[in-house]
Design a binder for this molecule. Structure first.
Ligand code: SAM
Length: 192
């Protein structure tokens, strides 16, 4: 899968980033995960492999990636553990009362805050939201000096999201310098 992603230029989580996330899932006994941005299923499959009890719902809006993800889930015999949803994550309607122990945000970088705001309502008490690419290849923190307008806007969105997380009253966020930078936001007790 790593080779396929490299060949097709599909961004997947960096090795130490996914290793960190798998350890977190194991040490916190996490069972029910929502992932936004499946790509070809690499992180969903590794998260689901942490223990027999882990179940993952993963959302992907790109049809080619979605089909490849389904293929990979089937290859691993993980059809019972991973539910792949083909839709834009901002348009998905989850059933009232659905709860996840961990939500992993890894979709379009410019939409991170929207994902957070939409899905925090589906997080269990004391649940965790993990976000990838907080360093964005070393560009974060340097947006004003980036020449390309598109890249500057994208990086600036990530910087705004980091600020949003830092000031969120309902969550405590820690930033880890692993992979491409991982944010771990834990819901504060008694907050919903
Ligand atoms: N989590 C994957 C992994 O590490 O193996 C990598 C995900 S890749 C960085 C981002 C994926 O999110 C792409 O396949 C893209 O099509 C998908 N995506 C972006 N915005 C989305 C959205 N609003 N809804 C669903 N999927 C989205």
């Amino acid at each position: 899968m790593e080779e396929y992603a490299k060949e097709k230029d599909i961004p997947i989580m960096q090795k130490d980033g996914i290793t960190f996330l798998m350890k977190y899932i194991k040490s916190h006994n996490i069972k029910n995960i929502l992932e936004i941005g499946s790509a070809i299923g690499y992180s969903a499959i590794l998260m689901a492999s942490v223990s027999e009890d882990v179940k993952v719902t993963t959302i992907e809006r790109d049809e080619v990636n979605y089909m490849e993800c389904l293929k990979n889930v089937k290859k691993c015999n993980f059809e019972d553990k991973i539910n792949v949803v083909f839709q834009d994550a901002l348009e998905v309607n989850l059933a009232e009362g659905t709860k996840f122990d961990l939500i992993f945000i890894d979709g379009a970088k410019g939409q991170y805050q929207k994902f957070f705001e939409k899905y925090e309502h589906f997080l269990s008490d004391n649940g965790t939201i993990v976000t990838d690419n907080m360093k964005f290849h070393g560009y974060v923190g340097k947006s004003s000096s980036i020449e390309s307008k598109n890249l500057r806007q994208l990086v600036s969105k990530i910087e705004q999201y980091i600020d949003y997380l830092r000031h969120h009253e309902g969550f405590d966020t820690k930033f880890y310098d692993v992979g491409d930078g991982v944010a771990v936001s834990v819901r504060k007790k008694n907050e919903k």
